[in-house]
Design a protein around this ligand. Structure first.
Ligand SMILES: *[C@@H]1O[C@H](CO)[C@@H](O)[C@H](O)[C@H]1NC(C)=O
Length: 401
């Protein structure tokens, strides 16, 4: 732990707790400044295999996943965040406390090899301190939050900001992953990063360089897409390491001394209503004529329904062709064929109905089925004699000749 952030760190171990499984770490931090705490995998590794190093001489490097919450609560306090990119990376607790108080944080490490867990307790005492009056936020495009949180990188960034601000009295106030501020997840391609917002504060007023952000030219330059390509102006470019360079157009200044005074507190009255006149009930509304509404909603649809009914009835019944017309249009042979099928069916039905039915007429020698006239006995098998005698048959007139 560096002594940056004015952290007073005391590591306590209870007497019976030889291996540090219940290690309690106490920190005191001020309101309004960035707090970073690195969850070292090495420390927890000692909790999992405390004696292996001593006796077996083995050193493990297990993958670990960290889970943190406020004691007796499901989650961390609002201002505190946990991040760990990969089980083989250290985790970070970071955030900026906004109000004084005591936070007891439980840190669980789950060993992904043996599925053992270890618990540490972190007691964070937040003490009140005046906010830094001048703050500025910078966007670092080529960084990810885990890469910025180690204190060495924070110091590099702070140095650049100190140069830009032209003062040594610069503190980092907040670091935020751009994804938490509506940024997009980058493509998994080299050269694409999530981006990090770094907010710094100082008791000294903004430098000339920073004040350029407020000029109308800057605002004109930075509108739209073009703004992302604008270079930091000449004498203000202090970034020594390319990945720490800021996106000039996303720089924002906050002057907390300029804040409007809080609105005046509401004036309290005696709590008793002033005397007024008697209650005057409103008059009943004028009567309305509902007939037009009735006509529109009931009569008109009814008339329409009746008209539709009549139309449908005419189409369904009034325009039917009728059997006679259909027969007249049908090919006569087809019609005759149809009739014979019907007659033969009837005949077979009759025969099935009762035993004493006369034998079918068609089994008899040649006859006319309608007139029941027997044909004169034929003595010839000549094919020229028709099977059906047509003279008296009313249907035969329709046969093609
Ligand atoms: C730090 O940044 C986060 C995310 O933008 C924000 O929610 C939080 O209020 C900030 N804290 C302070 C003290 O500005």
């Amino acid at each position: 732990l560096g002594d940056r952030n004015h952290i007073k760190c005391v590591k306590l171990k209870t007497l019976g707790d030889v291996f540090g499984a219940n290690a309690e770490i106490k920190l005191t931090i001020p309101v309004g400044k960035l707090f970073t705490y690195e969850l070292m995998r090495e420390t927890f590794q000692n909790d999992f295999e405390p004696l292996s190093k001593l006796y077996a001489g083995r050193l493990y490097d297990d993958p670990m996943v960290f889970k943190c919450n406020k004691q007796n609560y499901p989650d961390l306090p609002e201002w505190l965040r946990l991040t760990q990119r990969h089980p083989y990376d250290n985790g970070f607790l970071y955030g900026t406390p906004t109000s004084p108080g005591k936070n007891i944080i439980e840190i669980y490490a789950v060993n992904k090899r043996s599925y053992e867990t270890a618990r540490h307790i972190l007691v964070i005492k937040v003490v009140a301190e005046k906010m830094l009056p001048y703050q500025a936020e910078f966007f670092i495009k080529l960084r990810e939050v885990e890469k910025v949180l180690p204190s060495s990188v924070q110091d590099e960034i702070k140095q650049d900001i100190q140069n830009l601000w032209n003062t040594q009295a610069v503190e980092i106030v907040n670091i935020t992953n751009a994804l938490d501020r509506g940024g997009r997840v980058p493509l998994p391609v080299a050269g694409h990063f999530e981006g990090v917002y770094v907010k710094a504060g100082s008791i000294d007023y903004f430098s000339e360089c920073l004040l350029m952000v407020m000029t109308p030219e800057h605002q004109k330059q930075c509108t739209g897409e073009a703004g992302l390509k604008v270079k930091t102006p000449g004498g203000c470019n202090f970034c020594s390491i390319p990945s720490n360079c800021i996106t000039w157009c996303k720089t924002e200044l906050f002057d907390l001394t300029e804040q409007e005074p809080a609105p005046p507190a509401p004036t309290m009255s005696s709590g008793i209503l002033e005397a007024g006149g008697d209650f005057d009930p409103p008059e009943s509304p004028p009567s309305r004529d509902f007939l037009p509404d009735y006509i529109v909603t009931v009569i008109v649809p009814l008339i329409l329904a009746i008209i539709l009914c009549l139309l449908l009835a005419y189409i369904m019944y009034g325009r039917r062709e009728g059997v006679a017309k259909r027969n007249a249009r049908t090919n006569q042979i087809q019609l005759y064929h149809h009739h014979t099928i019907h007659e033969n069916t009837d005949e077979l039905r009759n025969m099935a109905g009762n035993r004493g039915a006369p034998p079918p007429l068609s089994t008899l020698p040649m006859f006319n089925s309608r007139t029941l006239d027997r044909a004169p006995p034929l003595h010839s098998d000549s094919p020229s004699i028709p099977l059906i005698m047509a003279q008296h048959d009313p249907y035969s007139e329709t046969l093609p000749r």
